[in-house]
Design a protein around this ligand. Structure first.
Ligand code: SF4
Length: 248
């Protein structure tokens, strides 16, 4: 089969263990419409960056490690950047990943996506890993540069089509660790029965060097990583609302 749609990717990881169930082939797509102040992939923002690739090239690479994905109940995850920006390319890739290998597919997205452009992609996506940055509109804009309305519409659509979702939430001291805000978020998420799991991620500074390499000042310079007690309390807020929480 000849695949005509080309994609731009930042990189791949062949033995991913944190982006969905089992061992996974993780594709970091290039380009992101958000401007998160803590972005750990700052070099993935520019849609003209990265390198061009084809579905066939990625499928050949996946085939080399297939037993790991099959035997672990794993699969393929598209992350970024924002994979929904290249919805047609990822749709074609996921479609063939399922047809050829029978693997599970996961889309790791911030949800800032046009529904009309992602319907096809979501049909071949088994699991959505949805990264929610903040429940409050103003704080969301401060953190990401965009408002929440498009993301909320995307969430409603995922509910409508009953798509399994894991929510990812990054705890950042001074930005997203207010317990009242987190309680509001947890209560809001209760309205989405398609949410299977909450993944609480402590903020880390591992991506800071990428800003510096690009000659940019890291916006959160000096922000500490959250302590264990804060993470425990955040998890507890979600547990109180009846959610399952992913283990470390
Ligand atoms: S959505 Fe992800 S890749 Fe895009 S700016 Fe935010 S953290 Fe970075």
């Amino acid at each position: 089969m000849i695949y005509l749609i080309k994609g731009r990717i930042h990189s791949v990881e062949t033995m991913g263990t944190v982006d969905g169930p089992g061992i996974r082939y993780v594709i970091f797509t290039q380009g992101c419409p958000l401007r998160c102040v803590y972005c750990h992939n700052r070099d993935a923002w520019d849609p003209r960056g990265g390198r061009e690739t084809t579905v066939e090239e990625i499928l050949e690479d996946i085939a080399r490690y297939l037993p790991f994905y099959k035997n672990s109940g794993g699969g393929v995850t598209a992350t970024g950047g924002e994979p929904a920006l290249q919805a047609e390319f990822v749709e074609e890739l996921f479609s063939e990943v399922k047809n050829r290998f029978g693997l599970n597919t996961a889309l790791d997205t911030a949800g800032f996506a046009e529904i009309s452009k992602t319907e096809g992609l979501l049909r071949v996506t088994d699991l959505v890993l949805l990264s929610i940055k903040h429940i409050d509109e103003i704080k969301h804009k401060e953190i990401t540069g965009v408002g929440t309305s498009r993301i909320l519409a995307f969430m409603e659509y995922l509910k409508e089509i009953n798509k399994p979702v894991w929510i990812r939430f990054v705890v950042i001291p001074g930005l997203t660790d207010d317990y009242e805000d987190i309680r509001r978020l947890a209560q809001f998420l209760k309205g989405f029965p398609n949410i299977q799991l909450i993944d609480i991620l402590p903020y880390h500074t591992l991506g800071e060097y990428k800003w510096e390499e690009l000659g940019l000042e890291y916006p959160l310079k000096g922000t500490p990583e959250p302590d264990k007690e804060t993470i425990r309390k955040v998890k507890q807020v979600f547990r109180e609302q009846g959610f399952s929480i992913s283990e470390d």
